[in-house]
Design a protein around this ligand. Structure first.
Ligand code: NG6
Ligand code: CA
Length: 503
């Protein structure tokens, strides 16, 4: 009897030990999901002040997580911000600019990346959504196996929009192959000159659902003209209004299929980039027209993911990071009435500028981290950069970054998890010039080229000027008063920091 009792106690201890061991693993290897919006501005969601569009699901993440008020993507456009997020490297070091849809892969295989680091930590990794980091080595055969791409730089699974939805080819690529491709209708793509005889926005405007500017008036798919020319692949082409549903199903499959092991899902939404084509579930649901409707649609996508995690019982073991890749823009090439219907909505909140701009709204992003049970809800004014996510998530998962990996990434895990509000001392912003911030000041480096006409025509404030610009964000968050002449010593310090970074 005594012997039996002792065995029972030993067994119990063993079970308890194993359980606590599992607990520790569960703590250090939470699932990680990056929900990454496209062109979403600081003021575009409810918890950052929007009232013309409701975002209950994003707001719920914020009220149960950390809502950041001074968190930044690294650049005011997409490709540069994304390359920094995935490699912990500033975009200018990668010579990253907005890529056409047939550009080669910007990240060389072998480069340490956020997903490859997490693979080493034992994570299953996936990217589902907008890519825009190039594919292949130069000339892409869209009818064959397309590589290198996401799968060669750390993603086990990929289901991507190759560039953006306003660029050809208008097909998905899943693990290097275009799904549903008909061998008798091969795809050809050209950005240089027109190919084939398919209608374009210029030749057949009567086919269009939305009129577009000249750059977006090439090949038509689904009643929408794009940047670039394409022929073939008819069966494989997406229907814009259904893209969120397709991605949602893929993301849910990936999560469900990996619910028993740590996973990393990088989920870059096509919302709210142009062309703005809400699904009929969302079309007409906001007062802001298509631009508001695709925000509501994105909020639904966020809700779908959190509800699934909850129903699978893994919500408490999942860190969700929500942010955006650059600031807002109303007119970005299509006539979707975003300007006309804006009606006092402030896409950039109290900040100046937006997408493409050196002013704050170019990179200051709505940013939320959420990990119920681990992250204590709150608001953080800590200065944060997405470039730091790679080193921070390496720290979270116990990975040591190899020498030379993620050279610009600093471990700011405590800030991301809301345990510290002490953000970066200096923060670097890229646009068509360089800017540098500290907690109070912002310096914008002079640029001889003034605002280009295409920006002026679209009422985009570039923030470019041929002189030093210094703003006191503490007293002037809207960057109205250039106080450069009053504070030469601050300019000198910030210039020196900028030089250290960019030399
Ligand atoms: C610009 C496009 C714009 C958008 C942007 C990329 C023109 C005139 N404008 O060149 O419509 O596609 O590139 O946006 O062609 S981003 O969010 O992917 O950086
Ligand atoms: Ca973008």
């Amino acid at each position: 009897m005594e012997q039996k009792n002792r065995s029972l106690i030993l067994l119990l201890l063993a079970v308890l030990f194993t359980m606590s061991g599992l607990d520790v693993i569960a703590q250090s290897k939470p699932n990680i999901i990056i929900l990454y919006a496209d062109d979403l501005g600081y003021g575009d969601v409810g918890c950052y002040g929007a009232s013309a569009v409701k975002t209950p699901n994003i707001d719920r993440l914020a009220s149960n997580g950390v809502r950041f008020t001074d968190a930044h993507c690294t650049a005011a456009t997409c490709t540069p911000s994304r390359v920094s997020l995935l490699t912990g490297t500033y975009a200018f070091r990668k010579k990253a600019a907005i890529l056409p849809g047939d550009a080669p892969l910007l990240i060389q295989p072998g480069t340490p990346t956020l997903p490859s680091m997490l693979q080493q930590a034992g994570y299953a990794t996936a990217v589902i959504g907008k890519w825009h980091l190039g594919l292949g080595n130069g000339i892409i055969n869209w009818n064959g196996f397309i590589a290198p791409g996401p799968n060669e730089i750390g993603f086990d699974y990929s289901f991507i929009i190759p560039a953006t939805t306003d660029r050809v080819p208008t097909v998905f690529v899943e693990n290097g192959k275009v799904p549903n491709l008909d061998a008798d209708d091969p795809i050809a793509v050209s950005y240089a000159a027109k190919i084939g005889d398919e209608p374009t926005g210029l030749s057949d405007p009567q086919l269009l659902k939305q009129r577009a500017d000249t750059q977006h008036s090439n090949t038509i798919t689904n009643g929408i003209s794009r940047i670039g020319f394409m022929t073939g692949g008819k069966r494989a082409r997406w229907i814009d209004e259904d893209i969120p549903l397709v991605l949602n199903a893929k993301a849910k499959d990936f999560i469900t299929g990996h619910k028993n092991q740590p996973f990393f899902l990088y989920y870059p939404f096509p919302n709210i980039h142009v062309p703005r084509t809400p699904n009929r579930k969302f079309a007409g649901t906001t007062a802001l027209g298509a631009r508001g409707d695709v925000i509501a649609e994105m909020d639904w996508l966020v809700g779908e993911i959190t509800q699934l995690l909850d129903s699978l019982g893994i919500l408490k073991n999942t860190l969700i990071i929500f942010s955006s890749d650059n600031g807002p823009v109303l007119d970005d090439g299509y006539e979707d009435f975003a300007v006309k219907l804006n009606n006092g909505h402030r896409p950039a909140g109290i900040f100046r500028g937006g997408k493409y701009s050196a002013f704050e709204a170019g990179t200051r992003m709505p940013t939320i981290t959420y990990w119920p049970g681990t992250i204590r809800p709150g608001v953080s004014a800590g200065l944060c950069s997405q470039v730091d996510l790679m080193a921070s998530l390496a720290a979270l998962t116990g990975q040591k970054l190899s020498a030379g990996a993620a050279p610009d990434s600093q471990n700011a895990l405590d800030v991301w998890l809301g345990r510290s509000k002490q953000g970066r001392k200096y923060l670097f912003e890229e646009s068509y010039t360089f800017s540098i911030r500290d907690a109070r000041w912002k310096y914008i480096a002079p640029q001889q080229t003034s605002t280009p006409d295409w920006m002026k025509n679209k009422k985009i404030e570039s923030g470019l000027a041929p002189v030093d610009q210094l703003y006191d964000l503490q007293h002037d968050p809207g960057e109205k008063y250039n106080v450069a002449s009053q504070h030469p010593e601050i300019i000198n310090t910030l210039k020196a920091e900028l030089k250290k970074l960019t030399l």
